[in-house]
Ligand binder design. Sequence first.
Ligand code: ADP
Length: 158
Amino acid sequence: MITAIYPGSFDPVTLGHLDIITRSAAMFDKVIIGVLNNTSKTPLFSLEERVNMLKDAVSDLDNVSVESFNGLLVDFVKQKKSNIIIRGLRALTDFDLEMQMAQGNRVVAPDVDTVFLSTSVQYSYLSSSVVKEYARYGVDLKEFVPECVISQLIDKIK
Ligand code: ADP
């Protein structure tokens, strides 16, 4: 039984995230999405809102669950009896930071590995920040976020 953890801010979840989640769910027995309660960033959506939007977005994936966590990612990973972290890579600009985080995590937890999935081409430009920017200017959001996120994002931006 192999469990993998997909951590992130998900502020909010996008179709790019959902693509990584769906592909991971086909690869591992169980995927737990870990929504970071990051005190150094001020998210648009509360932790509870981010968790609930994700739960809605993955409701048709039987082996995927959503939880929030505080503190060190590797502690959360071990607590969930996993040793795999999933991260998505969009471009070279992601690589530097992701490599640094993966290597740092291996220093503090040598038995935990990071698996990188490359983005699907159609989502290579997509981020939660881009989506929030589009929402501010009234762009149709259906190409970018799951259906259940659209109205909440529009309400929040207002
Ligand atoms: P964080 O603040 O941890 O970077 P994000 O919610 O921005 O949280 O991203 C979580 C993970 O999803 C990261 O590994 C990020 O690179 C990946 N990701 C974000 N958007 C995409 C996308 N469009 N395609 C593939 N991976 C993505």
